[in-house]
Design a protein around this ligand. Sequence first.
Ligand code: PEP
Length: 247
Amino acid sequence: MGRQFFVGGNFKMNGSVDTIKSIVNNLNQAKVDPNVEVVIAPPALYLLLTREHLRPGLEVAAQNVFDKPNGAFTGEISATQLKESNITWTLTGHSERRVILKETDDFIASKTKTALDNGLGVILCIGETLEQREANKTIEVVTNQLRAVAKQVQDWSKVVIAYEPVWAIGTGKVATTEQAQEVHAAIREYLTKEVSQTASDNTRIIYGGSVSEKNCNELAKEKDIDGFLVGGASLKPAFVDIINAQS
Ligand code: PEP
């Protein structure tokens, strides 16, 4: 069986009760390809509202999770709390958290493991900065980010890897299909060599970075691109076109 196309929407710190209800209503009514797995990630404050209004079959993700079960961790949310609230996915390792909040590879790995251990699916974000790409370090950087996770995680069946070049996020500068495919293929090769053939065959590797209704069809044709993580465009009606990029 092939890998199911996966499209995530990361709202980041955007939205209000009214705009999120309107995005959800739009998705509920849209003709969404039933073969695509769709997961949206609103800000934490709106997770329950989103789950309550979003139609069954479409899933909700947190943008972040903590790596401890409970306790004195002000401002954090645990994987068990998410699970109990029917929030079935979480992002980990988004570049905005890596860069702005200084999250390390090991911390991200620990959060990924805790989320998986508690039954959540994880959209694990990895990617290089422009400086790293220009220094020809892209594959080394993404491989190191993956290796930190592989040290703690054995079962990759509920992991979706989002390759998001940092220079393409929110910049309007999308990676070319060749650039994206090259890194996706390298990620798959890494999984074959250092995790398992099963993980390599079955793990969805999705692309993120200025994906829009204009560039999604070409990207979706690439052999190792199994979907998208969409930021800015996930707040717009055109998100539906991106979900349906393969149809
Ligand atoms: C993201 O936030 O993960 C992202 C890819 O953002 P954008 O689509 O706006 O570049």
